[in-house]
Design a protein around this ligand. Sequence first.
Ligand code: HEC
Length: 161
Amino acid sequence: MKRSLVVISALIALASGLLFTASAQDAPTPEQAAAAAADTRQSLFKVLRYNLGGIAAMARGAPFDAAVAERNARRIAAMAPMIPELLAPDTRGFDIETEALDKIWEGNLDDIAVKAQALVDAANNFASIAAGGDMAATLGGIRALGGACANCHDEYRVDNN
Ligand code: HEC
């Protein structure tokens, strides 16, 4: 009994020492943390684009599929609330790849939240239209959905169009 307690406490001491060493070695530099934050938010935006792209393709002649249009819009509505969360880390001043404008972190995170919510609303609205199955109405709703993306890009993303 006594000996096993000694062994257990020795193991705990060893494990916590290893954990400490690992966390000391793994702690990212502020620049690495900023690069990772930018990478994560850009990944979200790429997945948003993937889902919008499937809808936009129908406007360019791909076969119309109301169920896919609705599904993709519901995905966008589900993911858009992550935008404010993933744009919260302030990555100004680091040498990283980003198209995010500095003004995001100059008192505009509340506006980012408003614009992200506008995208949620637009995506839900579009999904309801698509659920009706009417091709003309669904394709006609794409502009409003894409507009909710552009409204934020126009103000907070490098203008590269
Ligand atoms: C509330 C603001 C906001 C909304 C809404 C928004 N974006 Fe963005 N988007 C940004 C910002 C800021 C960046 C730049 C991120 C970076 O480079 O770090 C960006 C970048 C992107 C990128 C480039 C990602 C990359 O680095 O490859 C794509 C693609 C994109 N957005 C698509 C979309 C689509 C599609 C929607 C709508 C379904 C959308 N965005 C809605 C703010 C927004």
